[in-house]
Design a protein around this ligand. Structure first.
Ligand code: NOJ
Length: 559
């Protein structure tokens, strides 16, 4: 009997597909060169028009919007100056309400990015807090006196590099920021701060949003004594975030208490989801803790195993197997290939593995993401095979990471993965109609070849492969909730795994190379497999289990 632990709880955030939108560059409705909410509304039918047999829509179930609140946009929205309003860049609260309504009409849930580790330094809380030592909000951020020599209070760093402390003249004190200096971390130890944030969370839930993606959700709490973080013994640069053991500024017990409190609020509302960025460089184990001891914290912790994997079957399989082992009973995993902080997977993998078959990688990666046990999260444009734009002129760079260190250079700008969505081969790739306007970031030069309109017409396009996989997932219980089991113990050329419930078994075969001979370690019945999705075999045909695969074959078969 196959243990089917989750079959009785098929909620949308477990079985659906989530699609991340970067609002600056998804669709521009007013022609100013910058994406906006009206633009997203216009493209909802592409995402899901509500018709399960649609010929033109992708069929996703939820959108996650990178931040749309008012912001001076130094970190492009991850620096909020008003949690209750929408940035003029993207539209108005009324536009957001329409977006919510139009999405819900089509069965699309809406998830907001919640940036509550820090605010912008333009937020009125910080303006007040930084004005003096004795104002009512003086304790709403992390203020510390200088060290006896006038220097920074301790060795805590910014994730972007260099010290995380910035001096403030009015208070003659330093404040701490995990990211840029214009993103001061709020003091979660203060009950008034908590109350203010929780009130704001209710505001958006009352509006009808279906959940949140918590930004940087493992660094909310800080040690109340501001103790030094130990430096790793092999560190060659103590100004680098990853060279410290983050004992006192990350993953504190109080942090889990905060997430539990937010979860309690979420649970008062029906069917909402809490996703959390357990932070880049958390190990899988650290991230698993974020489900909570009683599954009472995050529904879906974000972990970065695929983004940090090389394109190699053995490695990828080990990451999946680890996640299978570490996901607690009753909890649910999520997976993603790309997001707005990292190079897109085709840029990472095609270049780094010197692979000459980008289409093969795109199809194989799509198949893995959409057939593992866990919620898949797509990043806009990956479904058409967008790659990073590596030719953005310096004066057009939008990502302004500030590093306060003499030994550290600024990390690469993240703009390459944030360029306009490529809708068609018209001006600005159909992203913006403003002929004479400059788009927020330059459109990738390959837009005439790589775009939605062209790929919708081509049955063999990456986009149509994604559409087929998403439909297969929708229509097959085993792909939605079935157990995962590998049929090759030490994969070198191929992945072969099954997803199964008592009712159904689906077999996924992926060839990473030109190697044709397929050897699986386990006996599995050979006849009568129906082809669900394949880049080689005829869909719907009943076949015997193949003993050889074509080069870069990706086939999903059902019994
Ligand atoms: C994580 C976000 O994904 C990233 O884009 C941002 O710069 C930092 N958090 C700070 O909010």
């Amino acid at each position: 009997m196959i243990q089917d632990t989750n079959s009785n709880t098929e909620t949308w955030w477990k079985t659906g597909v989530i699609y991340q939108i970067y609002p600056f560059t998804f669709a521009d409705a007013n022609g100013d060169g910058i994406g906006d909410l009206q633009g997203i509304i216009k493209k909802l039918d592409y995402l899901n028009d509500g018709n399960p047999d649609s010929e033109t829509s992708l069929g996703i179930d939820a959108i996650w919007l990178s931040p749309i609140n008012k912001s001076p946009m130094i970190d492009n929205g991850y620096d909020v100056s008003d949690y209750y309003d929408i940035s003029d860049t993207f539209g108005t609260l009324a536009d957001f309400e329409i977006l919510l309504e139009e999405s819900h009409k089509r069965g699309i849930k809406v998830i907001l990015d919640l940036v509550i580790n820090h605010t912008s330094n333009q937020h009125h809380w910080f303006i007040e807090s930084s004005s003096s030592k004795d104002n009512p909000k003086s304790d709403w951020y992390h203020w510390q006196d200088p060290a006896p020599d006038g220097g920074v209070p301790n060795n805590w760093l910014s994730y972007f590099g260099g010290t995380g402390w910035t001096f403030n003249q009015a208070r003659q004190q330093y404040y701490y920021h995990s990211f840029n200096e214009n993103q001061p971390d709020i003091n979660w130890g203060n009950p008034e701060v908590k109350a203010a944030i929780y009130q704001m969370i209710r505001f958006w839930l009352d509006k009808g949003v279906d959940g949140f993606r918590l930004d940087a959700s493992s660094v909310y709490s800080k040690d109340k004594y501001y103790r030094y973080n130990p430096v790793k013994f092999d560190s060659t640069d103590n100004n680098k975030y990853n060279n410290l053991h983050h004992l006192y500024d990350k993953d504190l017990p109080e942090n889990h208490q905060i997430i539990r409190e937010i979860r309690t609020i979420i649970d008062e509302y029906e069917d909402r989801v809490l996703i959390g960025e357990t932070f880049i460089n958390s190990t899988l184990y650290e991230s698993a803790i974020f489900y909570g001891m009683n599954n009472d914290e995050l529904h879906l912790p974000f972990t970065f195993e695929f983004p940090f994997s090389p394109w190699y079957p053995g490695y990828i399989q080990r990451e999946i197997a680890k996640k299978e082992l570490i996901t607690p009973e009753g909890a649910w995993a999520s997976y993603f290939l790309d997001n707005h902080d990292i190079p897109r997977h085709l840029s990472r993998w095609v270049e780094c593995s010197l692979c000459t078959n980008p289409l093969g990688i795109a199809q194989a990666a799509a198949a893995i993401l959409l057939t593992v046990r866990g919620t898949p999260i797509l990043y806009y444009g990956q479904e058409i095979g967008m790659v990073d734009n590596e030719d953005i002129p310096a004066e057009q760079i939008q990502d302004k990471i500030v590093v306060r260190s003499e030994t550290q250079e600024s990390p690469e700008s993240r703009d390459g993965a944030r360029t306009p969505m490529q809708w068609d081969d018209s001006v600005h790739a159909g992203f913006s109609f403003g002929k004479d306007t400059r788009t927020w970031l330059p459109v990738h030069q390959n837009y005439k070849e790589v775009n939605v309109a062209k790929e919708l017409k081509d049955p063999n396009s990456i986009l149509n492969f994604y559409r087929q996989l998403i439909r297969a997932r929708k229509n097959n219980e085993a792909l939605r909730i079935g157990n995962w089991r590998s049929l090759i113990h030490y994969p070198y050329e191929h992945l072969a795994y099954v997803r199964e419930t008592n009712a159904e078994r689906v077999l996924i075969l992926i060839n990473f190379s030109y190697e044709k001979d397929l050897t699986i370690d386990e006996h599995i019945s050979c006849d009568n497999w129906q082809v669900l999705v394949s880049n080689i075999r005829e869909v719907d045909k009943i076949i015997d289990l193949p003993t050889t695969l074509e080069a870069f074959e990706v086939s999903v078969l059902r019994k």
